[in-house]
Design a protein around this ligand. Structure first.
Ligand SMILES: NC(=O)c1ccc[n+]([C@@H]2O[C@H](COP(=O)([O-])OP(=O)(O)OC[C@H]3O[C@@H](n4cnc5c(N)ncnc54)[C@H](OP(=O)(O)O)[C@@H]3O)[C@@H](O)[C@H]2O)c1
Length: 332
């Protein structure tokens, strides 16, 4: 086996100049963890754009190979849980942050980060979900645990055309929920309807600038990908005993709100931190994805790209211009 392999490498020159190129690395350069995996597929997430473009809050040291998602085959392991030839998924933990990530032909990770892939699921299908699908599924599971059923009312998804938004809408619609999709791309209404959204709204409609402590009630549950004033607006427009899951921050990280949604309407705000999901819960969520939440068809944008094409896709996602899922084919 050659010990040289292809990887996307980000090199930090200064805050503005960060290069992203495909380079040859040596397996000996990978971190000294117990399990070496040959990556077949990865997928692109917003966090990867931050890491790839030099965001020191995500990745401290460069040169660095991003990629928070990987699915492939165990090549060798010093651990006890897996054997060579096993098909596996790794998402989150420190992968692609300060541990060399999935935008490469090989990763070496602790076995405690690894999820076994069921026999009837391909590495490609696993990465159509990836962290985005896992995050959407975690929120949907929070809704269900909170007692939200399709008859409870409308469910809002913000950042609708993005990776998390797309997977969330498709899975919620499959489960019979009435989904309101909030988007900045009204020209893609047809796409969102086909995905399963029953109503589409312009994202400005949930960006209330008034000082009103509460707003007209609209949704019973929300998955918010954008944060900022959008999240503040959602909280104030949620029905009594509704639930709001926030996972993202593409609009902003500051939340200015008041306590009335909580003490007058009993609204529950739940943070989703998929990377840190403990293994027991992680296995439960993947099990949901591959069974109850599994999509019968993938009728949304799935752009399959090579490592060489990836830098351009990263730049498009950083500008909020991607639609659906970006799948990265790494090796056979
Ligand atoms: N906490 C976690 O566990 C977790 C896991 C995964 C992702 N995330 C976070 O969730 C967010 C979405 O991730 P993703 O991978 O789905 O990213 P993505 O594919 O880039 O999607 C983000 C979407 O947000 C919308 N958007 C972009 N800029 C916006 C702005 N300034 N204001 C409002 N909306 C804007 C766009 O959709 P429209 O044009 O349709 O509005 C865009 O497609 C990111 O913040 C990411 O870091 C968190």
């Amino acid at each position: 086996m050659s010990t040289r392999f292809k990887a996307l490498v980000s090199r930090y020159i200064d805050e503005i100049n960060v290069t992203k190129n495909i380079e040859l690395k040596d397996i000996s350069e990978l971190p000294q963890n117990d399990t070496l995996i040959k990556v077949e597929y990865s997928s692109l997430n917003y966090k990867d754009t931050l890491s790839a473009n030099g965001h020191k809050g995500i990745t401290r040291n460069y040169p660095h190979t991003p990629g928070i998602d990987a699915a492939g085959m165990v090549v060798e392991t010093k651990g006890k849980k897996f054997k060579s030839g096993d098909k596996v998924i790794v998402t989150g933990y420190d992968l692609g942050m300060n541990t060399s990530g999935g935008f490469a032909e090989y990763i070496r990770v602790p076995e405690d980060w690894i999820v076994p892939l069921p026999n009837d699921i391909s590495t490609k299908e696993a990465m159509i979900y990836g962290t985005a699908g896992f995050t959407a599924a975690t929120a949907i599971n929070e809704f269900q645990k909170h007692g939200i059923v399709p008859e409870s009312g409308k469910v809002l998804v913000t950042g609708a055309t993005g990776g998390v938004g797309t997977l969330a809408i498709a899975m919620l619609a499959k489960l019979g929920y009435k989904v309101v999709a909030s988007t900045g791309k009204m020209n893609l209404s047809g796409y969102l309807t086909k995905l399963g959204a029953s109503e589409i709204i312009q994202r400005d409609e949930i960006n209330d600038k008034t000082e009103k402590p509460l707003l007209a009630k609209q949704w019973i549950a929300s998955l918010d990908n954008v944060g900022g004033n959008t999240l503040a607006t959602i909280l104030r427009s949620t029905f009594e005993h509704g639930i709001v899951c926030n996972c993202g921050m593409v609009e902003g990280i500051t939340l200015n709100t008041n306590i009335f949604p909580f003490i007058l309407r009993g609204v529950r705000l739940v943070g989703i931190a998929s990377a840190e999901t403990p293994m027991k819960r992680r296995l439960e969520i993947w099990n949901k994805i591959f069974n109850e939440y599994r999509l019968a068809e993938y009728n949304f944008n799935i752009k399959e790209v090579t490592l060489e094409e990836l830098p351009n896709e990263i730049d498009l996602m950083a500008k909020g211009e991607q639609v659906g899922k970006i799948l990265v084919k790494i090796s056979n």
